[in-house]
Design a protein around this ligand. Structure first.
Ligand SMILES: O=c1ccn([C@@H]2O[C@H](COP(=O)(O)O)[C@@H](O)[C@H]2O)c(=O)[nH]1
Length: 238
């Protein structure tokens, strides 16, 4: 059975590219991430198609607006059947709490399972220079942990964070909290626009529950071979 801790990012804008990669990866990958590029291009069709293929879906649309608008947006997305939805923690405690409550109420009323709701802490592309330019006075790791605790208090299921912060989050938020980490790069792979990265094994050893990996698989000459090598490295950390 495929290791459901690996989530492959489908950052395409055409369904035919999605179909090709999912068929190429076959049974080796069970979980996919649909982000803005794909969703804005093809809409909810891709989530339904992935579910029909028996795949899990993290719908990564990073909602960030006033509480009522985010809650309404999530309740609309809920009907697509994704396993995980997300918001930005920087939208604040009230936004997150309202979103979580309304999503649960809507799922109960519709009689469908409630998707997990997680929050972006600080984007993994954010480095110290960008961070300082925003006028931030606390460090990135301190802010990530603060946002993670707030996310938990607001009733959400977990966070998106860098694998470098996973150990601190795990310590602060306990064992049942989802820690989904993009910014994962096998040793020697191109860093691209990511800043706070770690290898697959290090991310899991730090306490990540799921690794989001896009370009190291998608842009590889042999995507299936790249995925299998990552999965082999992941097997070393259970
Ligand atoms: O903080 C974040 C939040 C989301 N992402 C998304 O993850 C993937 C990473 O793709 P790579 O090609 O492996 O860099 C991408 O879809 C981002 O939108 C993130 O990187 N960081």
């Amino acid at each position: 059975m495929a290791d459901e801790r690996l989530i492959v990012a489908l950052d395409f804008h055409r369904m035919e590219d999605v179909r090709h990669l999912v068929e190429t990866l076959g049974d080796s990958v069970a979980y996919y991430k649909v982000g803005m590029e794909l969703f804005y291009s093809v809409g909810g069709e891709v989530v339904r198609w992935l579910r029909e293929q028996g795949k899990h879906v993290f719908l990564d649309l990073k909602l960030h607006d006033i509480p009522n608008t985010v809650a309404g947006g999530l309740c609309s997305l809920m009907h697509l059947g994704a396993d995980i939805l997300n918001v930005h923690a920087s939208g604040g405690f009230t936004m997150m709490q309202t979103a979580a409550q309304k999503l649960h109420d809507a799922a109960d009323a519709a009689g469908i399972p409630c998707p997990k709701l997680i929050a972006i802490t600080v984007l993994t592309s954010m480095g110290q220079e960008d961070w300082s330019q925003l006028g931030q006075t606390h460090t990135i790791p301190d802010t990530v942990v603060r946002f993670a605790k707030l996310t938990k208090q607001a009733g959400l299921d977990g966070v998106v964070a860098s694998p470098q912060e996973a150990a601190m989050i795990r310590q602060a938020c306990g064992k049942d909290f989802l820690i989904v980490t993009p910014g994962v790069r096998p040793a020697g792979a191109s860093v691209d626009d990511q800043s706070r990265i770690a290898t697959p094994a290090a991310a899991l050893a730090n306490g990540a529950t799921h690794l989001v990996i896009g370009r190291p698989i998608r842009a590889a000459k042999d995507p299936r071979g790249a995925a299998l090598a990552i999965l082999k490295e992941m097997e070393t950390v259970k």
